[in-house]
Ligand binder design. Sequence first.
Ligand SMILES: Nc1ncnc2c1ncn2[C@@H]1O[C@H](COP(=O)(O)OP(=O)(O)OP(=O)(O)O)[C@@H](O)[C@H]1O
Length: 303
Amino acid sequence: MITTDQLTKRYPGTTALDRLTVEIEPGVVGLVGANGAGKSTLIKILLGLTDATSGRGSMLGLDVATDGWKIRERVGYMPEHDCLPGDVSATEFVVHMARMSGLPANAARERAADTLRHVGLYEERYRPIGGYSTGMKQRVKLAQTLVHDPDLVLLDEPTNGLDPVGRDEMLALIRRIRTDFGISVLVTSHLLGELERICDHVVIIDAGVLLRSSSTAEFTQASQKLALEVTDHAAAVADTLARVGLEVERDGQLLVVGLTSEDTYDVVRDTVARLGAGLVRLQPRRHKIAEVFEGNAADESTV
Ligand SMILES: Nc1ncnc2c1ncn2[C@@H]1O[C@H](COP(=O)(O)OP(=O)(O)OP(=O)(O)O)[C@@H](O)[C@H]1O
């Protein structure tokens, strides 16, 4: 789907991409890196919107240096920043984007209605975008990436600015782009934790350098620990679990419990219920991206 070979982009005083060589297969692929890691720069080079300083890249078998137009016909792009006109409705905007991609008027209207429904904006689609919440704006941006039925969409930080519920909904929508429509996705984030939930493959870059490219399963081998967060009685929960032989570390309302068998989940749940401790979350501990950057993800992990 995407290949880069020694791809380098230098700005005055900064190397945004440093000899990046990577091969990405079709599917849902996460591109993870801290702010300034080079994610947006890579996307812009892949779309043919900016030139690489050196090296080569191809997307869908097309050369990014020479085939930018052909690439953009077959690819949808969701930019990171707010770029929507406030005084038109979602319908008007998405129809316009469909027409820009070459769809005839009727087809553009139909496809716009379909994609807006897919992103959950059907009822509000005639209201001006200026009055939308951040989550609704992100959905409009997502709809316009899909409206011309691309083979691949590039989504730059689609969960930016969303609250936890909005983030979960956006991640579910992104996954459905692949499962419902068969469209491949390259999605960026600075949070490995959110991408590992929906991606088949994850690429991590730092300061323009490739740190790792591997399947999500390899990244997220869950450690043999459970993260448990409660609203009340954390100390009592910790004591009770320790008494039944579980290894427990406590940090305020957050407990890390050794996972000895599948029964551990039930023991924890029953203990929390019995003590009325208020379960906030219970999940296997995951690696933090910072640890992957530090190269010690294999032996240490955290929530
Ligand atoms: N047009 C530009 N001129 C000069 N420097 C730039 C330009 N665009 C990006 N950079 C620099 O290149 C580096 C990579 O930026 P890029 O926007 O690709 O990172 P990113 O991973 O997308 O980060 P963010 O999530 O903050 O957008 C940064 O140091 C940034 O300051």
